[in-house]
Design a protein around this ligand. Structure first.
Ligand code: UD1
Ligand code: BG6
Ligand code: NA
Length: 365
């Protein structure tokens, strides 16, 4: 089942060039730039008429929602919010009949997400599922939805489900916006990016030997911070979660826009830092963050675009990833962090497939 791999986590990370294709198969037509999700057909008009969209999920699935929030809002021009399933219920958020609530869950069985679903159904909202498990409770209980078709995910730490959830959510936004002529150029750009994605992921996975070395360097670290902004906000949170889950290193995702509002106090020569810095519209802000970090003797490892020749990287270690469309770049940039968390676990003598205290599916609230 694991083939040439020692653990499911690394096998599933390496599944991604294929699993992302399986998520898009029969749904994205790369010839006429159309996206058709069979599972949404009957409710498309209702979703477009709704007044807002609220995402609800836990853990990595929550991060996939955070990751697509801004492209979803840009394409659909609807108010979007993203809520942890547990806080959704804690806060008893007001939900109305003209709301659409999207529940994202790999297993389709997470108790908190299921409770949030029941809460929204009782209030008359249209409930949409994005699940990996056909026949799961969330798949059955939602009014309609999309199966992400990533294939079974065994590893407790989610990898390929994250990328496939991200793509499924992006496909929903593409389909919802295909009646908006002003979005044609943007939609075309994204669909072309989706076409190249599998190759981009394959190239990114070639960083494996370099990442193994980085893991050797960092294996005794007690803390690690992952910094980025904009489209990479979710990548920071998800990268830090992966590291916590399987390495037990205290890792924190920090949004670069917040650096000077507190986290800058953590920066010193001995603090391990990963800075995610793609060539997108936030690049000059990221340059500023990098200067603030190096001015305080921080020496970040930078996840940078393959083509980026910035002299700011001269004294720094870089992990070079293929550049894609800004809104899809998180799919590429999460991969080095998945591999790093895996190799850190191995270097620290931890079995990444069975991290202490965690379960693959949390079916109690
Ligand atoms: C469906 C078939 C797929 C087939 C394809 C051919 C299933 C499970 N899928 O895929 O095998 O190749 O047609 O056209 O038989 N749903 C929910 N909640 C969720 C996820 C899905 O209610 O969380 C519902 C959908 O609204 C839909 C059904 O489940 O009614 C199947 O969804 P999905 O597998 O995504 O549909 P297709 O991609 O059309
Ligand atoms: C658990 C898993 O905490 O549940 C995580 O260990 C996962 O990997 C989270 O992200 C949510 O699970 P699901 O199945 O609802 O996506
Ligand atoms: Na259903």
């Amino acid at each position: 089942q694991k083939g040439r791999f020692a653990h499911f986590m690394i096998k599933e990370a390496f599944d991604q060039p294929e699993s992302v294709v399986n998520t898009m198969r029969g749904r994205v037509n790369f010839n006429d730039y159309r996206v058709v999700l069979g599972g949404l057909r009957s409710q498309l008009a209702n979703i477009r008429r709704s007044r807002r969209i609220i995402f609800s999920a836990c853990g990595t699935s929550f991060h996939s929602c955070v990751a697509v929030k801004s492209i979803f809002a840009e394409l659909t021009e609807m108010p979007i919010s993203v809520e942890l399933s547990s806080s959704f219920l804690d806060e008893q958020l007001p939900i109305f009949r003209d709301d659409v609530c999207i529940f994202v869950s790999q297993s389709g069985e997470t108790k908190d997400t299921l409770l949030a679903l029941e809460y929204c159904k009782e209030r008359g909202a249209l409930c949409v599922g994005v699940t990996n498990t056909v026949g799961s409770t969330i798949s059955r209980e939602t009014h309609c939805g999309v199966h992400i078709n990533a294939g079974p995910e065994i590893s407790v730490a989610s990898t390929k489900a994250y990328s496939s959830q991200f793509i499924a959510l992006t496909m929903i936004a593409l389909q919802l916006s295909d009646d908006n002529m002003q979005k044609v150029a943007r939609r075309t750009e994204i669909i072309n990016g989706l076409y190249r994605l599998s190759d981009d992921l394959r190239k990114t996975l070639e960083l494996e030997p370099q990442i193994k070395q980085v893991a050797e360097q960092l294996k005794t670290a007690r803390n690690l911070i992952v910094i980025g902004r904009g489209y990479q906000s979710a990548t920071c949170l998800e990268g830090a979660l992966k590291i916590k889950e399987v390495t037990y290193i205290h890792a924190e995702g920090i949004l670069a826009g917040e650096l000077k509002h507190g986290p800058l106090a953590l920066i010193e020569a001995s603090m391990p830092i990963i800075l995610i810095m793609p060539k997108d519209r936030h690049y000059s802000d990221s340059e500023n963050a990098l200067k603030q970090i190096t001015a305080r003797m921080g020496k970040p490892i930078v996840i940078a675009s393959a083509e980026d020749t910035s002299p700011l990287f001269n004294d720094l270690q870089t992990l070079r990833v293929p550049q894609t469309v800004d809104a899809l770049q998180p799919l590429v940039n999460i991969v080095p962090l998945q591999l790093l968390s895996y190799y850190l676990a191995v270097a620290r003598g931890i079995d990444p497939d069975s991290p202490r205290n965690l379960a693959k599916s949390v079916t109690t609230a």
